[in-house]
Write a protein that binds this ligand. Structure first.
Ligand code: S3P
Length: 188
């Protein structure tokens, strides 16, 4: 039901998306999962900034953090966004810290519509437990780190063009709300 509704909702947006759409928010908020569903619905290509960084560097995010440190990772991240934001409509899932870096956020704000996927702590904790390769969470209590990041990063995420609540229900529900938000944005 939601899937069929999403398909027809997405149809109303065909031809209207005029620039890249960047999904931002904390680790585990569903940026990649939502992006992978929304992109084909809108007939757009999907990119994940972490994957682009890994391909450019020829190593994993964990290895970049370990070998070169977070500042070098952030600089690679900014360069990936400078390259991806070429005015062509596409869907990009941003790494959780990208929109928090002033220079990278400026690049995103200037060239894209940003959508903050806002999720509750319990949802973030449950989802991040499933994947153990995030250097910021490695060996730490996910709930404690994510609670701190939630508070610290909130002012940056609030600067996104649109905000969508990412609840514990199916990804299709979040996709629907995101499509609704985009429809509102493009018909305003
Ligand atoms: C990070 C989030 C990760 C990745 C890196 C740093 C962060 O991306 O970019 O490990 O600072 O929040 P996801 O949000 O896709 O996990």
């Amino acid at each position: 039901m939601t899937q069929a509704r999403n398909k027809s909702l997405a149809k109303t947006l065909h031809g209207k998306i005029d620039r890249p759409i960047v999904l931002v928010g904390l680790m585990g908020c569903g940026k990649s999962s939502v992006g992978k569903v929304i992109a084909p619905l809108l007939g757009l290509e999907f990119f994940d900034s972490d994957t682009e960084i890994e391909n450019a560097a020829g190593m994993s995010i964990a290895e970049i953090f370990e070998n070169y440190g977070e500042p070098e990772f952030r600089s690679l991240e900014r360069r990936v966004f400078e390259r991806l934001l070429d005015d062509q409509p596409k869907i990009i899932a941003a790494g959780g810290g990208a929109f928090v870096q002033d220079d990278t956020r400026d690049v995103i704000q200037a060239g894209a519509v940003s959508i903050w996927l806002q999720a509750k702590l319990d949802v973030l904790v449950a989802r991040t437990q499933k994947r153990g390769n995030r250097p910021i969470l490695a060996g730490k209590n996910h709930r404690v780190v994510l609670r701190e990041l939630m508070e610290k990063r909130r002012p940056a995420y609030e600067k996104a063009t649109l905000r969508v609540f990412s609840g514990p229900e199916s990804i299709d529900k979040t996709v629907r709300v995101a499509l609704d938000a985009l429809r509102g944005f493009y018909s305003a």
